[in-house]
Write a protein that binds this ligand. Structure first.
Ligand SMILES: Nc1ncnc2c1ncn2[C@@H]1O[C@H](COP(=O)(O)OP(=O)(O)OP(=O)(O)O)[C@@H](O)[C@H]1O
Length: 546
């Protein structure tokens, strides 16, 4: 390669590295992030398919809609001016004493109406979050809403009956979030294979359900279940990251691996028929995908170095995709026996979720995460180290007016929850990368040195031959040239005048992250003869070259 173009490509590489280090340093410092809240309103077709289910004497049309929306607001209003004489819901007057006839308006990060298909939902609210997870953030997407509001449809795709499998092709318009996430991960890794050959990826996943406060591994049959427990990982970057001991983890490479995993999970998940949903999920399902990005060992590395790199040279992100069971009213679902027991366990854990949200949004000291398995598992994602999105599923029909209103009120509270997300990069690796970048900058600065101090190779204790050398050495050793005291000095202060020309404010890096021009100006030889003498004395005998 010609010298000029080699220099240009080294400079470009250095600039790229520096940008990456700066970006990582910024990302690794935790920043508060609000939980994002999107609302998805499903079409009223489900109720309209079987209107005979509803009492003919309700005094209102149960399948008429009571919700209007635009891309960021939802308005819910009981049509007409008077409160109905009959309501399927518990209360004619919603909590807070407001009359049903008053419209209630809510603002959200995104509102996705009937016309928005699965692809639009994904592209608008999920894809940007997963993109960040691929940079090393933890992420969580969870669907919340009353029974039959479209949570499983959103996560997996249409469920056509017990035992049927959700669509497996990410290009199918019905395909839900899980396989679209899979496709995004697979494509990201394929692109990195072309553009960043120094990296390699390892992806694995577990899938569990929380059924009546018990944890079940969805990747193995009932007879192969182990005792699953939620534990804290003291080796994690926070020392408190949660993991499930005893759970099956599958490695994932191709899209087919992901769809096999999804199908196995849906087959094992507990579902049951209720009056409101033929295939109602009776449990909360948590799919956790762990992505590890590692730097490959480089040619010429010793085994020890390669081991160090394997241990520290990685970024890890965890993505939770959660399909919650829906809240339900026993009189609407017609639940009895097991279904009734399931319904009350679901409502109980959702009420624990409500308590956690209340505590987080009112600055209460104790957040009752441990009151249920669901909230304990979500503790990473609500108020912790994660980028979190709640997709609030809402039914627009009048028969569900009260449930939709309370769901929207809940979503409004969730909007106030703040997380502290940071890139999960190994701290040692981060330090190494920053130091590598500094070494590159120093080498570049030294190559500009014209006084000879940078290139002279003294043997034994170094003797300064001139006052200028003494100043340079004093700076190089971190000795404060004016007071003669040792100090930990940043590198940009340790260079002589010709390494960082004062006129242009120093190197690009020092101009950005380093000193202000007056700080960057090293003490100049000959400025003050008396001072030079003092420093010369103070550094003589102290200096040895290592
Ligand atoms: N956006 C949508 N477009 C078309 N059909 C939908 C949509 N959302 C949901 N449905 C249909 O509504 C019905 C209920 O949806 P789903 O089973 O996903 O609800 P759910 O909230 O998961 O219910 P549960 O809490 O009882 O499990 C299904 O028949 C589903 O196919």
């Amino acid at each position: 390669m010609p010298k000029a173009s080699a220099q240009a490509s080294t400079a470009a590489q250095a600039a790229q590295d520096e940008a990456a280090v700066n970006a990582m340093a910024a990302m690794a410092s935790p920043t508060p992030q609000r939980v994002l809240v999107a609302v998805r309103i499903r079409p009223p077709t489900v109720e309209r398919k079987s209107p005979q289910k509803y009492n003919a004497n309700l005094g209102f049309d149960p399948t008429a809609t009571c919700i209007t929306y635009n891309p960021s607001t939802v308005t819910i209003q009981w049509p007409g001016s008077s409160t109905p004489t009959t309501s399927p819901s518990r209360a004619l007057t919603p909590a807070g004493g407001a009359s049903k006839s008053e419209p209630k308006k809510f603002n959200f990060d995104s509102v996705l109406g009937y016309e928005e298909g699965q692809a639009a939902v994904y592209d608008k609210v999920v894809e940007p979050l997963i993109r960040k997870c691929l940079d090393g953030y933890n992420g969580c997407v969870f669907c919340y809403g009353q029974t039959a509001s479209g949570k499983t449809y959103t996560m997996e795709g249409p469920t056509r009956g017990p035992g049927t499998e959700p669509p497996a092709d990410p290009k199918n318009p019905d395909t839900g979030i899980i396989l679209r996430v899979a496709s995004q991960i697979v494509n990201h890794i394929a692109d990195a294979g072309k553009n960043k050959p120094e990296l390699e990826y390892f992806v694995r996943a577990s899938y569990l359900e929380i059924y009546q406060e018990g944890l079940t591994d969805l990747l193995v049959g009932r007879e192969e279940q182990s005792d699953l427990r939620i534990r804290q990982d003291p080796e994690s970057s926070t020392g408190r990251d949660l993991y499930i001991s005893g759970i099956t983890e599958k490695s994932l490479t191709t899209l087919a691996d992901y769809s096999k995993l999804l199908h196995m999970g849906s087959r094992h998940r507990t579902v049951g028929e209720t009056n409101m949903n033929e295939v109602s999920s009776r449990s909360h399902a948590v799919l956790t995908i762990t992505i590890e990005e590692r730097r490959k060992p480089e040619a010429g590395m010793s085994t020890e170095e390669a081991e160090m790199l394997a241990k520290h040279g990685k970024k890890r992100s965890k993505i939770h995709l959660i399909d919650l069971a829906g809240s339900e009213r026993a009189n609407a679902t017609g639940a009895t026996g097991d279904r009734l027991k399931e319904g009350s366990a679901i409502n109980q854990s959702l009420s624990c979720l409500g308590n956690v949200i209340n505590a987080l949004t009112t600055n209460t000291k104790h957040v009752p995460y441990r009151d249920s398995k669901l909230t304990y598992l979500l503790s990473d994602s609500l108020g912790g180290n994660s980028l979190t999105l709640m997709i609030t599923c809402v039914t627009p029909t009048q028969i569900n007016h009260d449930e939709s209103l309370s769901t929207l009120r809940f979503a409004e509270r969730v909007k106030k929850v703040r997380n502290i997300a940071k890139v999960n990069v190994d701290a040692t690796m981060m330090r190494i990368m920053i130091l590598e970048s500094e070494i590159r900058d120093l080498k570049a600065a030294l190559s500009r040195c014209t006084c000879g101090a940078a290139t002279r190779k003294p043997t034994g204790p170094h003797t300064a031959t001139s006052a200028h050398d003494a100043w340079t050495m004093a700076n190089a050793m971190g000795v404060n040239a004016s007071t003669g005291t040792d100090k930990k000095m940043p590198w940009w202060k340790r260079l002589c005048a010709c390494c960082i020309p004062v006129s242009n404010g120093g190197t690009k890096r020092s101009a950005k992250v380093g000193p202000t021009p007056e700080r960057s100006a090293p003490l100049t030889a000959g400025e003050d003869g008396k001072n030079e003498e003092t420093v010369l004395k103070s550094v003589k005998g102290k200096l040895t070259w290592v």
